[in-house]
Design a protein around this ligand. Structure first.
Ligand code: ADE
Length: 252
C-alpha cells in the first residue's frame, strides 16, 4: 500500500516511523511519503492561508498550493503504481463521516491513500471540486464529534487503524478477528495469569472459573454474553444499529 500525507507540519507524522507501522514500512508493506504543503508555495513567506471571502473569523487554506501539491503527489504515485492508478483522497475533517472499523477495513484494501491535512478554518472548497472533476475519489473522515486543531492527529489514528489490517502487518492475524468492533460488539474482558491475584488492598481477585475449565464451547458462550453485556452498558448505540456488523466506533 502507498500512503501520501500532505501537511504543513511534516514533523507531526514522525510517530509513523515507530512500532508496527514503522516495521511495516521497513518491510516494504507500506510506502509512506510525507509532503510539506509549504514546498508548493512561491512567495517569500511560504503562505498557505488567507482571510475568508465574505468575512468571518479565522483563516482559510488557499487553493493554489493544494492543487500543486496534489498534482505532484499524484504524478509521483502514478509513476510508481502505473498511469491509471487513482488514490482515495482522505480529508480528516470534523464534518466528515465518522471513522468506523468497516471503513478502516475497506481502506486497508486500497492500493493508494492520500491524506490532506487541513488547518485553520479549513481548505478552500474549490480544491474539493477540482479533485472531484479530475476523477479522484474523495472522502471526508472524522475521528469523532469534537474539534482538533488540524488533520495530523487524525492521520496518525486513521493510518494506524488501516495499516494494521493490511495483510502481513500484524504478527497474529487472529487478533483482529477477536477485537472490539470486528463483530459490531465491544470485546469481552480478558485475563492472564495468575488465576488468583491479591491486589495491593489485600483483596483476592480471581479469574472467572469458566475460563479455567478448558471447555471451549462454554468459554465462547461466556465471552459472547460478556461482549453483549459490555456493549449494552457502554455503547447501546451499537446494538441499536446491529445489522451493520463490523461497523462501529471507539476503542475497547
Ligand atoms: N480535524 C479537526 N477535527 C477533526 C476531527 N474530529 N476528526 C478528523 N479531523 C479533524
Amino acid at each position: 500500500m502507498r500512503i501520501d500525507v500532505i501537511t504543513i507540519f511534516p514533523e507531526y507524522l514522525a510517530p509513523l516511523d515507530l512500532s508496527l507501522i514503522g516495521k511495516a514500512r521497513r518491510e516494504g508493506l507500506v510506502d509512506l511519503n510525507v509532503h510539506d504543503l509549504r514546498g508548493f508555495t512561491h512567495d517569500r513567506h511560504r503562505t498557505v492561508d488567507d482571510t475568508p471571502v465574505g468575512g468571518g473569523a479565522g483563516m482559510v487554506m488557499k487553493p493554489e498550493p493544494w492543487a500543486e501539491a496534489f498534482a505532484h503527489v499524484i504524478a509521483q504515485g502514478q509513476a510508481e503504481l502505473g498511469a491509471s492508478a487513482q488514490p482515495v483522497v482522505l480529508f480528516p475533517n470534523p464534518a466528515g463521516e465518522p471513522l468506523r472499523q468497516a471503513s478502516a477495513r475497506s481502506l486497508s484494501e486500497e492500493a493508494w491513500l492520500v491524506f490532506a491535512c487541513g488547518r485553520y478554518e479549513g481548505i478552500d472548497e474549490r480544491v474539493y471540486e477540482h479533485l472531484a472533476a479530475r476523477g479522484c475519489r474523495i472522502r471526508l473522515v472524522s475521528l469523532g464529534d469534537y474539534v482538533l486543531n488540524g488533520g495530523e492527529v487524525a492521520v496518525l489514528a486513521i493510518t494506524e487503524a488501516v495499516v494494521r489490517l493490511v495483510p502481513g502487518v500484524l504478527g497474529n492475524p487472529e487478533s483482529v478477528v477477536e477485537e472490539s468492533h470486528s463483530h459490531g460488539l465491544l470485546e469481552y474482558p480478558i485475563y492472564t495469569r495468575p488465576a488468583s491475584w491479591t491486589d495491593p488492598d489485600g483483596v483476592e481477585r480471581r479469574v472467572p472459573e469458566i475460563l479455567l475449565s478448558g471447555d471451549h464451547g462454554r468459554i465462547a458462550a461466556w465471552r459472547h454474553a460478556r461482549s453483549l453485556e459490555r456493549t449494552r452498558q457502554r455503547r447501546p448505540d451499537l446494538l441499536a444499529s446491529q445489522g451493520d456488523a463490523d461497523d462501529s466506533t471507539s476503542a475497547r
